[in-house]
Design a protein around this ligand. Sequence first.
Ligand code: OAD
Length: 243
Amino acid sequence: MDLPRTLISTFRGAAYPVVLTGSGISAESGVPTFREAQTGLWARFDPQELATPEAFARDPKLVWDWYAWRRKLVSEAQPNEGHLAIAAAQETFPNFTLVTQNVDGLHQRSGSSGVVELHGNICRTMCSVEGTEVETYNEGESPPLCPACGAPLRPDVVWFGEMLPYVALGVATEAARRSDVFLSVGTSSLVYPAAALPFEAIENGAMVVEINPGETPLTPHADYALRGRAGEVLPRLIRELSK
Ligand code: OAD
């Protein structure tokens, strides 16, 4: 696939590039996506049973154990070429914003800093009542209990029906509104408010580039839709920038 020259030159000249990632960027690290037929987590598990405050209230052990399984999977995964290419790009732009819907921490582990996490991080644990982060707890319990108040602990992720972290969403929205180049990578563009971010960029006249092997509701609105895997397309794109 030849990368369009205008895409490269516009990206190279960007003052405020923004990259939004979804689970597709971690697929090549062996972390399952959500909505893909057969392999997606929501094809195999019911989110209403596992990823809502009601599910946790009903069966905290089931929910804790499911997240413990995912946490183990993520901790055994390694960042891939896509994560690394984004970390490299971040070095070359002074005002680069990386926004992710992923909870796997792979961007940070690939060297990216200041990652705006819209949906939390599965590696962090918090008190289900106080909302405070808890670092030390009894790993043998399921779920473990808050050392301060005794309430069950939960993963620090956004569940269906919950608000996104206020500060992260604010930073992401501001960055999208200011952006001149916006990359949407490995996301189905179905989940709001994250899916609204590229449209904020479009409002600002930004060049919007989608990197995804499949089509999404964003595709018809993007200036460029690069059909391919993030781990393949991103390194090529970043190499071109430095030529
Ligand atoms: P989805 O599972 O909805 O979409 C994954 C996207 O990644 C699809 O469009 C795939 O075509 C694409 N994809 C697969 N492999 C890829 C690859 N190697 N390179 C590039 N793209 C690839 O996942 P998300 O869009 O991340 O929310 O889902 C958004 C949110 O829905 C998640 O953050 C999660 C979920 O419910 C919460 O948990 C709050």
